[in-house]
Design a protein around this ligand. Structure first.
Ligand SMILES: [Zn+2]
Ligand SMILES: [Zn+2]
Length: 572
């Protein structure tokens, strides 16, 4: 069986490739007509200089046709080769699709699900990808080397149950198996070419328009180019419409054969429609690739124009067909969506603030280790006024304002006073700083507040590092979308109130950037790379001040800061 199926896949690809030859013919005809029209316009404009007889002579027309044909073949083949070679990679790049991060629980589950369904489908290989977007959507494309890719959004990972995720992956693999993905990837890649072309001429349109008013033929030529791009865009869209509407329904049916769960697929499609499925401004071109149309909600109808322009069948039609397989009503599937939503809300684990946890004795009260803090504070530096500043640790010394390699420095432990660069320890530290290494390697992976080792932990499935004493958390800033979209936890009343207080304080004084716990405004260095962290608002929309590392893009959240951030985000 394993021997037969991979062959099947490549056979399908070969068959699709053969079928796609008609796309070249289509492109050729399109260019042939478009260039023909353009050249006729040119000929008529220049007709004023040439005599009428020369224009209508058979040899001239034949030459024109040959020229038109040759140019059309050239452009069509160039575009086809470009789409086959670079199309899929361009789409993946434009969507910012990344391989799953296997340290992340959700991503790991996605990778496992893809592998599971892949084995069931008999496909030789499938690459999973995740788009860091809040939207709920999924798609498949086939790379130039025939590797199928399944792509889903962070939003989908956060919202979907395991069986819904399986159903969605099965739907995408069904497309790949049926050969739709090959074809749709190609059509979208061909459309990409026009998009890029239009983008290339768009910036100077105003300039050209301005200029060409004087020269009539130039304006006409420019208009013709623009018109050709516009018409071809519509034709590409229609072409993908024709192929994808029926295919969505057929893929739904094939997906059920793979996952054996029509209910979960129905729920998944309904949920994706319900949530925001918008991914970016390139939606229209890529629409046929997605499981649900990524456009902002359009009136759902199955009338003539909808049939002509919608890339996907109407939502209720898809749900009805899936419900029919189970001999149930579509309303039953939709009802289940809400029931699961309610159940998930109830199942959220309660998170309380650090103060509450201390009171309940869940975590040991922190005993700031005075010795650990004092350790290494043996340096002093003379400022411009001649006063000694310190005591500092080596790190603090290097970031102090009075420090420069020729500054007068004292090692108080050894009672030595000299120029800074004369101390081998300082020389070494400067070198490490330049190489972006730890000034004090012992500080690596230690809590910047309490100097004890950080522990591996999870926050809503995201792998993070936590301080067991102060509950501070080190998070990679690329995890932003994941933490925002996932809703595994609910918060204690005390935390919600703390968030409200923060917001009110902030509203009264928006320019003052104050940490939630004021005593934590002391500067710290990054536990990951050793660079000095800076206190900055979390993001433009969520201005909670947190400590950020500008070198390795880690964020340090002191106790409760991450939780309060999430409360503020969820309440929006
Ligand atoms: Zn700590
Ligand atoms: Zn860092």
């Amino acid at each position: 069986m394993t021997k037969k199926n991979p062959l099947n896949f490549y056979e399908i690809q070969r068959k699709q490739r053969r079928k796609s030859i008609f796309l070249i013919v289509f492109l050729f005809l399109f260019y042939f007509i478009a260039l023909g029209v353009i050249s006729v316009v040119f000929v008529v404009s220049f007709g004023l200089i040439l005599s009428k007889d020369a224009l209508l002579s058979a040899t001239f027309l034949r030459k024109l046709l040959v020229f038109d044909g040759a140019l059309s073949i050239l452009i069509a083949s160039f575009q086809y080769i470009d789409a086959r070679k670079f199309g899929a990679q361009f789409i993946l790049k434009r969507l910012d699709a990344r391989p799953p991060d296997l340290s992340d629980r959700y991503h790991q589950q996605f990778a496992n699900t893809v592998e599971e369904i892949r084995i069931a489908s008999g496909l030789p290989k499938v690459k999973p990808h995740v788009i860091p977007s809040f939207a709920v959507n999924s798609m498949a494309v086939i790379s130039a080397d025939e590797t199928p890719n399944v792509i889903i959004t962070e939003g989908l990972l956060a919202e979907f149950t395991r069986d819904e995720l399986q159903a969605v992956v099965a739907h995408e693999l069904a497309h790949i198996l049926r050969g739709d993905t090959f074809y749709i990837t190609l059509v979208c890649s061909l459309a990409n070419f026009f998009e890029r072309f239009r983008q290339a001429i768009e910036p100077d349109t105003s300039y050209q328009r301005h200029h060409s008013q004087a020269q009539g033929s130039g304006a006409v030529a420019h208009f013709m180019v623009y018109f050709a791009v516009f018409v071809s865009n519509i034709i590409m869209h229609l072409l993908s419409t024709l192929i994808s509407r029926q295919r969505e329904i057929l893929a739904d049916a094939a997906a059920v054969e793979l996952s054996r769960n029509p209910k979960a697929l129905g729920r998944a499609i309904y949920k994706a429609h319900l949530k925001n499925s918008f991914i970016g401004d390139f939606n229209v071109t890529y629409s046929p690739l997605f499981i649900v149309p990524p456009e902002s909600k359009r009136g759902e109808s199955d009338g003539f124009f909808a049939r002509l322009f919608n890339t996907h069948p109407p939502l209720m039609k898809r749900i009805r067909l899936l419900a029919n397989m189970l001999r149930t009503r579509p309303a039953r599937i939709i009802q289940e969506v809400w029931e699961i939503q309610k159940k998930r809300k109830k199942a959220r684990t309660l998170v309380s603030s650090r103060e509450e946890a201390l009171e309940d004795g869940e975590i040991p009260a922190s005993h700031p280790d005075e010795h650990a803090k004092q350790e290494g504070k043996v340096w002093a530096v003379r400022d411009r006024q001649g006063h000694w500043q310190g005591p500092y640790t080596l790190e603090e010394l290097l970031s102090s304002r009075s420090f420069f390699p020729l500054a007068h420095v004292m090692n108080m432990q050894e009672g030595i006073e000299a120029r800074a660069r004369e101390f081998p320890q300082i020389q070494d530290a400067i070198r490490r700083l330049r190489k972006r290494k730890f000034i004090d390697p012992a500080k690596q992976n230690k809590c910047p507040r309490c100097s004890i080792s950080l522990k591996e932990g999870f926050y809503e499935g995201v792998a993070i590092k936590v301080c067991p004493q102060c509950s501070g958390k080190l998070v990679d800033s690329t995890f932003k979308e994941r933490i925002i979209t996932r809703k595994e936890v609910k918060f204690s009343e005390y935390l919600v109130k703390k968030a409200k207080d923060f917001r009110e304080n902030f509203m009264q004084n928006p320019t003052q950037m104050k940490k939630i716990a004021f005593e934590q405004s002391k500067k710290i260095s990054c536990p990951h790379c050793g660079s000095r962290m800076v206190t900055r608002p979390y993001s433009l929309h969520y201005v909670i001040p947190v400590d950020k590392c500008m070198a390795c893009y880690k964020i340090w959240f002191d106790a409760d800061e991450l939780e309060i951030l999430q409360i503020v985000i969820e309440e929006r």
